[in-house]
Design a protein around this ligand. Structure first.
Ligand code: B12
Ligand code: SF4
Length: 439
């Protein structure tokens, strides 16, 4: 998926590190290769025994303009089967959300639920001709789906600047990415992240994180996106990472997802001093009753404090808003919109309805309210909408409120916004640049 911009496939760097050596690995990035013929060429040149497929996106979580990817993934598998006799293994965050559904719809031999570091055990079993049943996280067409515990060991990344797919990203927006920890201990009712990465933070050592950031910088990265579910979930660890960045001479700007938990007064200044440039707050609502309904770990006052301190530190600040969730009525919606107007210099990424995923409290609620049936295959996206409001009413109210203000971005962004962003990247501008394309 190329919108809003293509993210560097960081997950594959971890998978590669876990299996190579002893195995030889070639990354074939479909953003770089473009079409099936190019993939067929790689398969016949390289002749792999095993082909892993990273399924990151299921859909674009935009109900008004839904795109799903199962068809394209199925086509890719068709090309792989035509040009290779190797085993096909599925993995990735999208796969981990719906492993049973992907396995039953796709012609794959195995799937790895959760962290791809476990691929090493599948390869070992195949090499020794041993059964894979009972290996945590590994599924086949016939085995039941059992979700494994998070990977219990440390995790390390490989990065090679001379791999051709790395230069693809360096040439388009110059953005590479970095992970400082896995997991999220919060319990927001709709969120898949604790299910994908586990419910406890598992930290990488700050020195190793900074050394990787340095490697990305030296490779020519113009911007680093931190992929953590929430970078400031542990304020202490985030400050340690910032200190390690300073010590290692990281000068490229960086950004990531944050939770608007009230920080110490100098928190954002310290991060800004270490290169932080963009903050994307997972705020979702600006009404205390909606924040409670979503079980967000903060309240309105924390949002105002976080926003004020981040703007004062000179950062570009965006808030995600998720409107129409459980308990939303005209009063809470209008409260959110009125409070949004109090946040100066903010960009709002607005999503209507809440994507329903299994293993979430929202899923149980949607079943109870009969918004979905238990038999519903969630590869076809379903969205929760508060029964107190018509979905059209929610979006009409919000769009009227936003008017022609360019800092209110709906869903994945308008075609014009996306075009402007691609144009800036083609001209060599780096980073997410949302502050540039919308003002
Ligand atoms: C960071 C992030 C972003 C950033 C990315 C910035 C950047 N430059 O990297 C931004 C904000 C741009 C973004 C945008 C979007 N995102 Co996003 N994003 C994430 C997030 C939080 C982390 C992804 C990540 O990099 N993780 C770190 C790496 C190391 O982990 P990983 O890739 O999952 O890889 C591990 C395993 O999955 C596995 N693995 C991976 N590949 C393979 C392959 C094989 C063969 C095997 C065996 C294993 C394996 O092993 C790896 C190591 O353990 C995830 C949620 C999550 N916690 O996973 C959502 C997530 C991937 N995003 C999601 C979505 C929907 C989107 C958007 C469509 C939203 C939108 N409408 O704009 C866009 C699409 C962007 C695009 N062009 O693809 C969904 C995808 C599910 C879905 N419904 O489709 C997720 C899962 C969140 C969710 N809602 O549940 N995103
Ligand atoms: S929405 Fe953010 S804070 Fe809440 S559980 Fe998900 S990742 Fe954690």
């Amino acid at each position: 998926m190329m919108e809003p911009y293509p993210p560097y496939p960081i997950g594959l760097d971890y998978v590669m590190n876990a299996i190579s050596p002893p195995h030889q690995v070639k990354i074939a990035d479909m953003n770089e290769l473009k079409d099936g013929d190019a993939l067929a060429g790689v398969l016949s040149r390289y002749q792999p025994d095993i082909i892993g497929l990273s399924i990151r996106n299921i859909d674009n979580i935009d109900e008004a303009n839904t795109k799903t990817f199962i068809g394209e993934i199925r086509d890719l598998i068709g090309i792989i089967r035509e040009h290779s006799g190797g085993f096909i293994v599925l993995g990735g965050s999208g796969f981990t959300i719906l492993p049973g559904e992907f396995m039953s719809r796709l012609d794959a031999d195995f799937g790895i639920i959760g962290e791809g570091e476990r691929l090493q055990f599948l390869l070992q079993a195949l090499e020794r001709n041993e059964s894979v049943s009972g290996l945590p996280g590994i599924v086949t067409m016939d085995s039941p789906v059992v979700f494994p515990e998070p990977w219990p060991r440390s995790f390390h990344r490989s990065f090679f600047r001379d791999h051709s797919h790395a230069s693809f990203y360096l040439k388009r927006g110059g953005m590479l990415n970095l992970q400082t920890k896995r997991g999220c201990p919060f319990k927001c009712i709709y969120c898949t992240y604790p299910h994908i990465e586990g419910t406890r933070f598992r930290f990488a050592p700050p020195g190793e994180i900074a050394a990787t950031a340095r490697m990305l910088q030296d490779a020519g990265a113009g911007y680093i996106y931190i992929t953590d579910s929430t970078f400031n979930g542990s304020a202490e660890q985030s400050l340690e990472v910032a200190a390690a960045f300073k010590k290692s001479g990281i000068s490229v700007p960086w950004g990531g997802f944050f939770t608007p938990l009230s920080p110490s007064p100098d928190y954002y200044c310290i991060l800004a001093d270490a290169g932080l440039m963009h903050v994307e707050f997972g705020t979702e609502a600006l009404s205390n009753s909606m924040l409670a309904s979503y079980r967000k770990p903060f309240r309105l006052e924390d949002v105002f404090t976080s926003h004020r301190l981040a703007v004062a530190a000179g950062l570009h600040v965006a808030h995600y808003l998720m409107l129409g969730g459980p308990g939303e009525d005209e009063g809470t919606l209008k409260e959110t919109l009125a409070n949004a107007d109090e946040l100066e210099k903010a960009v709002f990424f607005v999503f209507g309805g809440v994507r329903i995923y299994p293993h979430t409290a929202l899923y149980d609620l949607a079943l109870k309210e009969r918004q979905i049936e238990r038999s519903r295959n969630l590869l076809e996206p379903a969205f929760y909408w508060s029964p107190a409001l018509h979905r059209e009413t929610v979006m009409d109210i919000v769009k009227e409120h936003a008017g022609s203000r360019a800092n209110w971005v709906f869903g994945s962004g308008s075609q014009q916004t996306l075009k402007n962003l691609a144009r800036l990247h083609a001209r060599g501008r780096v980073g997410p640049l949302w502050e540039q394309v919308i003002w």
